[in-house]
Design a protein around this ligand. Structure first.
Ligand SMILES: Cc1ncc(COP(=O)(O)O)c(C=O)c1O
Length: 404
């Protein structure tokens, strides 16, 4: 019954989801408190308290035919207006309501954007390590995913390699800052240079190259760092935003696309995005959630909660002998699999052996290969601080076995 393409996709599976399922099975076997599941980016901080009241008031006071009914496929105009105004205030941009398309999370938004711009065979460039689902999203529209190898010293996007990878088939470049899986925040210098390279490349290839800026972690930055907004450095940008992490609403599936006002062929593009939202079967983003998030744009998640976890893990794991990239944002720690000198990495087999050893200590870590960067593991620290405390002896035992 099922297609070859879906069969292939099932075979490839998702390392993260597989870990998550394995974690559940291990929890039954050993008891939930004895399994340390760092696999999934599922926030342990609840949604802001205000949201409950907002939802209750919306249900009580709004005409149900409006609140639960169909609307424009791009979303409620008043919600889009509120989001545009909020972006303009925070980032000195000039969006209006028509530039915002409400989506079913960032995953929905990325698929809507890719469907709208890709013809089969078109190339989409990503910087390793990257969110592994990009591979599936690009494959959905028969695009070709082109990887740029990582800069293992900084984990900033490798821009000199980017230049070489751009061809007349390049339709889009995806970036993600703060980054999943490294926790790195792309510097202003990187973003400025990226904008210059893409502007130059558009002239060379003779068509627009769309920058898809995937920003579910935009507000999760530490040490008082400023939030960046890559769209300011390049006019042909579509921002893919999600409330999954910033308001801890991953199950509600709500986000938006923000299309730069000066983008090439903007009106037609917005028509296309709206059309794609419809024909993909999303039809529109969840109506109640659209109205609810519009009233919670100034709400903040508990950054201090994640920051505590970040510091505790970074300090402890470094002390035990592991090498980690200091996270500047998001809620992931990127740790090197021991056994290779600086600027080199262990093989895929050694990486898998390390993940298996971690599992024997009941630590669930996701292998770097799942993000296109072998020789590392990702530790999602959006978990309870108590779990982190309980897991430290296991990390220590793992270090004793593997760090020499
Ligand atoms: C980088 C990145 N992009 C997109 C998504 C998808 O988020 P959403 O829940 O909004 O679909 C995630 C989720 O973890 C992510 O980490």
């Amino acid at each position: 019954m099922i297609s070859k393409k879906t069969e292939e996709s099932i075979q490839k599976g998702s390392a993260i989801r597989a870990m998550f399922t394995e974690g559940k099975a291990m929890a039954e076997r050993y008891g939930a408190e004895n399994v340390y599941d760092y696999s999934l980016g599922n926030p342990a901080v609840p949604a802001p308290e205000k949201l409950k009241g907002v939802i209750a008031d919306l249900v009580k006071e709004t005409d149900p035919l409006e609140l639960h009914g169909y609307m424009n496929n791009a979303g409620f105009p008043d919600v889009r207006e509120t989001i545009a105004a909020d972006l303009n205030r925070r980032f000195k941009t000039s969006y209006d309501w028509a530039h915002i398309v409400m989506t079913v999370g960032a995953a929905g938004g990325l698929n809507v954007a890719l469907k709208t711009i890709l013809d089969p065979g078109d190339e989409v460039i990503v910087f390793a390590p990257y969110f592994g689902e990009y591979k599936n999203y690009v494959a959905n529209w028969d695009g070709a995913l082109i990887e740029v190898a990582p800069d293992l010293l900084t984990f900033q996007p490798n821009l000199s390699v980017l230049k070489e990878k751009i061809t007349p088939k390049t339709k889009a470049v995806i970036i993600n800052t703060p980054n999943n899986p490294t926790g790195v925040v792309y510097s202003e210098e990187t973003l400025t240079r990226l904008g210059e390279i893409l502007t130059e490349a558009e002239k060379r290839v003779g068509h627009a190259i769309c920058l898809l800026s995937d920003e579910p972690y935009r507000e999760l930055v530490y040490d008082g760092a400023a939030q960046t907004f890559p769209a300011k450095n390049y006019k042909d940008t579509i921002v893919c935003y999600s409330f999954s992490k910033s308001l801890s609403l991953p199950g509600e599936r709500i986000g938006y696309l923000a299309v730069s006002p000066e983008i090439e062929d903007g009106e037609r593009l917005l028509e296309g995005l709206t059309q794609s939202n419809r024909v993909l079967g999303f039809v529109n983003a969840p109506s109640l959630m659209q109205k609810a998030v519009a009233q919670c744009l100034s709400e903040k998640t508990e950054l201090a909660f994640y920051d505590h976890n970040r510091k505790c893990l970074l300090e402890s794991l470094t002390l035990y002998g592991f090498t980690c990239v200091k996270p500047e944002g998001a809620f992931y720690l990127w740790m090197k699999v021991p056994g290779a000198p600086e600027e080199q990495t262990v093989s895929a087999e050694a990486e898998q052996a390390f993940v298996d050893r971690a599992k024997a200590e009941r630590l669930l870590l996701v292998k770097g290969s799942a993000f296109g960067c072998t020789g590392y593991v990702r530790i999602a620290y959006c978990v309870s601080p108590e779990m982190i405390e309980r897991s430290l002896p296991s990390f220590q035992a793992l270090a004793k076995e593997t760090c020499r």
